[in-house]
Design a binder for this molecule. Structure first.
Ligand code: MRU
Length: 371
């Protein structure tokens, strides 16, 4: 099985037994792929931002382990030994980055799959095969899920903004093909709006300090010929005040049971600005980004990254620009409270507020699982 190009950029290139990840640190100037042979390679690729974006991290991790076990020679153990091996590797992979829940969610599902396989067969190969099949399905499902998000999102915005024929949308960070298996979540909504001729213009923020917006989202928008303008993160308020943006659509790394949403640092400021200017602020994310085990965003662990990302250009990879000796606070994410969010677009529909002005995400997820 090979990944589908979908006419969009491909961050994950997989065929059974081999995995390459587009080195996103080098974009947009260089397009090169790194070979990922096992879970250790993937752990480093995730930690070092070769691959990033909540769904892409989860899929790349799962596939790295699929490649590892496909090429494993002489595994001398039972099916239960194979389960222990996979669980240990999955837990190691989950430790790569703490905020996005998709990887932990994928690991939980994969653990269930392999435990079930072990209960039916005594050979390790059956367990490894079940793991490979399940990881490959995650890759396939993600593109379909993103296309559904795009379509629900475009319909939702059409309803929210019924007096506009065409709308301009602001987005933050990168949530496109590079952050997923293809198409994207928030950027998927923008892609669908464009396909349906409803998009006037996409605005993307630089997304400092790692510049996922200027390097990656701008790259995807140019690649797809979508009318788009890059703004400095600090330009969002003026853009909204000038009436040049009709909606803000962002992705998510983790959505708590009450709708509080962790996403790239700066998302919270955009939500405050959008609400101040009466512009709908919406989150687009697959159900795998929802964490029903936490009641609010207060429980979300926010990853803090190296000071170098702020001290130097190119997210820490380029030359020093900040004064030596300055101390740095560099959280990679912030949490937007649910009260600032107009809707959460998923692949099963849009979660909107109930009469009591709160999200009932548990009920939505419960009903969605029965569809
Ligand atoms: O640090 P990153 O680049 O992994 O952060 C990515 C984001 O914050 C995205 O908005 C989120 O993961 C959703 S990607 C579909």
């Amino acid at each position: 099985m090979a990944t589908e190009a979908n006419n969009t950029l491909q961050s994950i290139c997989y065929k059974r037994g081999s995995l390459q990840l587009l080195d996103q640190r080098k974009l947009p100037l260089e397009t090169s792929y790194l070979d990922i042979r096992d879970a250790t390679d993937a752990w480093h690729a995730i930690k070092d931002m070769v691959v990033r974006g909540a769904p892409a991290i989860a899929i790349a991790a799962a596939l790295s382990l699929a490649v590892e076990v496909f090429n494993l020679e002489g595994f001398d153990g039972t099916s239960n030994d194979a389960v222990s091996y996979l669980i240990m590797k999955l837990e190691y992979l989950v430790s790569s980055r703490p905020t996005a829940v998709n990887l932990a969610d994928a690991a939980t599902k994969l653990k269930e799959v392999v435990s079930k396989a072990a209960s039916k067969a005594s050979e390790a190969t059956s367990v490894f095969q079940a793991f490979i099949d399940a990881a490959e399905i995650m890759l396939e499902d993600d593109v379909a899920s993103n296309k559904a998000i795009g379509s629900y999102g475009a319909s939702f915005l059409r309803l929210q903004l019924n007096n506009f024929k065409k709308i301009s949308v602001l987005t933050h960070c990168n949530t496109g093909s590079l952050a997923t298996a293809g198409y994207g979540t928030a950027l998927g909504v923008i892609r669908t709006l464009h396909t349906e001729k409803m998009l006037e213009r996409a605005f993307c923020t630089e997304t400092r300090p790692f510049n996922q917006g200027s390097r990656l989202t701008a790259f995807e928008l140019v690649h797809d010929n979508i009318p788009a303008t890059l703004i400095a993160d600090s330009g969002a308020a003026a853009l909204m005040k000038d009436g040049r943006v009709n909606a803000v659509v962002v992705g998510a790394d983790r959505v708590a049971a009450n709708g509080d949403t962790a996403n790239k640092i700066g998302t919270y400021s955009l939500a405050i600005l959008a609400n101040y200017h009466n512009i709908p602020f919406v989150v687009a994310a697959p159900l795998t980004s929802i964490d029903l085990s936490i009641s609010s965003g207060q429980e979300i662990i926010i990853e803090e990254r190296s000071p170098k990302e702020l001290l130097n250009t190119r997210g820490g990879l380029g030359e020093q620009v900040a004064a030596s000796g300055i101390s740095v606070w560099n959280p990679a994410f912030d949490v937007t409270p649910a009260n600032l969010i107009a809707g959460i677009i998923t692949e099963k529909g849009v979660i909107t507020k109930t009469d009591s002005d709160a999200f009932d995400i548990k009920d939505f997820v419960h009903k969605a699982s029965k569809k």
